[in-house]
Structure formats: C-alpha cells, structure tokens
Design a binder for this molecule. Structure first.
Ligand code: AMP
Length: 114
C-alpha cells in the first residue's frame, strides 16, 4: 500500500472505479480512457511499481494475474482475441506506477504498437 498511489486508492475504495473483479490478491476495472471497445486493467493489491520491480517472491502472483485476467476477458466477451500490455517506465508509456496489465479487445489490433 502506497498512500500516494492512484491504484492503491482505487483498491481501497478512496477513488471510484468500474470494477469487474476482486479477490484477495487482485482488482480489475475498466480503463477510464478505453483504447478499444473492451479495455480493462488488472492490478495486484500488493503495491509493485512496475514490471522491473517484480522480484522472485512475486513469481506466483504475476503468473496468476495473467491467468485471472484471461478469465475476466472471457467472462466479458473478449474471448480468446485480446492484447495484453504492460508498460514499464515513462518512455514506454507508463503513467501509473503500480503494476497493471492492460487487456484490450473487441477490435482487430495492428503491429507494431506506437
Ligand atoms: P499506463 O499508461 O500503462 O501506466 O496505464 C495507466 C492506465 O490507467 C491508462 O490507460 C489510464 O487511462 C488508466 N487510468 C488512469 N486513471 C484511471 C482511473 N481513475 N480509473 C480507471 N483507469 C484509469
């Protein structure tokens, strides 16, 4: 828990979010600025600033985040066609420094990303 972190505040209920899923370890909610017809974020309740701050003690947590996110995608009609994005660092587009997986779906995607 980091009292200055936007996503920790969403987990706490201090800032409202369009919640899709919650369990003891994770919280998932719709992105406020969707980049696809379906765009949600899954975050661990543990405050980890980003992918490069993941340690070996988080291996199971981060693996499960992928699996739970894929299940939420399925439950929300994205099926098996979705893109998962993790941004690490400002130059990569990270704006919130609490690790999050973006799940984007509902349209065809192009490559390379911008
Ligand atoms: P990133 O740029 O990878 O750090 O992603 C942060 C994401 O959080 C962006 O896609 C934002 O649109 C999203 N975001 C920021 N504030 C909120 C909020 N209050 N509720 C939902 N999504 C948010």
């Amino acid at each position: 828990m980091d009292s200055n972190c936007l996503f920790c505040k969403i987990i706490n209920g201090e800032i409202p979010a369009d919640k899709l899923y919650e369990d003891d370890d994770f919280f998932a909610f719709r992105d406020i600025t969707p980049q696809a017809p379906q765009h949600f974020l899954i975050i661990p309740k543990k405050h980890i600033s980003g992918p490069s701050a993941v340690t070996d003690e988080d291996d199971q947590l981060i693996g499960r985040m992928m699996r739970v996110g894929a299940e939420i995608a399925k439950e929300n009609g994205i099926g098996d066609n979705f893109r998962v994005v993790l941004n690490n660092g400002e130059d990569a587009g990270q704006s919130v420094f609490h690790i999050h997986m973006h799940f984007l779906g509902g349209r065809a995607m192009t490559w390379p990303p911008g």
